[in-house]
Write a protein that binds this ligand. Structure first.
Ligand code: ATP
Ligand code: PAU
Ligand code: K
Length: 254
């Protein structure tokens, strides 16, 4: 069984190829690339697939674009995940589940499936940063949406005369900056960490489950990391996508 998974975010289209459920290879395309050129090439070289599944939070046209190229190159079912009120032991707090970003939903499914009997603080550090709180029984208590690190810095650059966008330098330094670049970069990190630490402090004994493009640089900076209560799970959304497909199959069979 060969499954190709896509996680289409607002910055990148990530893919993961699984052989019999196990990750075999992975990569990404940037949203700024010409997908009409890169996707057909990629789908031609990836080999025969049995299934393609997708989590998408970027524009609907992007889904149509991926679908067009998948169906043109592979005779496979394409599964598009959507948030639900209840599935795989997770109960969503939204009255309108379809309004929740599917990436958040899938991250919660995968976090709950770790089965650790702890409150989970699911932190996904992508273009936007989302924090979702799941109680021990899988009930979603709610969440937060804030700009991601790059977005915070881009916003400063595009709304001021004297600030320019700066790439991160020494990531783990949280000291007050002594030049503009450090003031901006350390400021973004401290803001984000203050938020995460504050949410964690509200739920004693909770576990932080961390994912997304900027997840790794935050891991060791989160206060409860020292207590062994941070789990970096880079494939969180893809793991959630596996669970969602499995649950949907069960639903069809039953
Ligand atoms: N190779 C890379 N290309 C682009 N961004 C990267 C890369 N590696 C790390 N990043 C960081 O990852 C962040 C984007 O994270 P990610 O790729 O998870 O976002 P995304 O999936 O597009 O976002 P989202 O799912 O939130 O819409 C950027 O802010 C950037 O700092
Ligand atoms: C917040 C993002 C952009 C994070 O990728 C995504 O989950 C999304 O577009 N959500 C829709 C709004 C919501 O989740 O309430
Ligand atoms: K994401």
């Amino acid at each position: 069984m060969r499954t190709l998974q896509f996680d289409a975010g607002n910055t990148r289209l990530k893919w993961l190829l699984r052989e019999n459920g196990q990750p075999a290879s992975s990569g990404f395309f940037c949203n700024t690339e010409d997908w009409d050129t890169v996707l057909p090439c990629f789908l031609d070289t990836v080999g025969k697939l049995d299934q393609v599944s997708i989590s998408i939070v970027s524009a609907d046209e992007r889904f149509e674009q991926i679908k067009k190229h998948v169906l043109a190159t592979q005779a496979v079912p394409l599964y598009k995940a959507a948030a639900k009120k209840v599935s795989a032991g997770v109960t969503l707090s939204y009255d309108e589940p379809e309004k929740l970003g599917v990436d958040r939903w899938l991250a919660m499914l995968a976090a709950h499936a770790t089965n650790t009997q702890e409150i989970k603080i699911v932190v996904d550090c992508g273009t936007a940063i989302t924090i979702d709180v799941l109680d021990k029984t899988g009930v979603h208590l709610g969440g937060y949406i804030v700009p991601g690190i790059s977005l915070m810095k881009k916003t400063l650059a595009s709304n001021t005369a004297k600030l320019r966008y700066v790439e991160s330098t020494d990531n783990s330094d949280l000291a007050p900056g002594r030049n503009t670049a450090d003031c901006i970069h350390h400021g973004a990190l401290v803001m984000l960490l203050a938020l995460v630490d504050r949410v964690v402090a509200q739920y004693p004994g909770s576990r932080v489950i961390l994912s997304g493009g900027d997840g790794e640089q935050l891991e060791e900076l989160i206060a409860v990391y020292k207590e062994g209560r941070v789990s970096l799970m880079p494939d969180l959304i893809m793991d959630g996508l596996e669970i969602a497909v499995r649950e949907d199959r069960k639903g069809c069979a039953g």
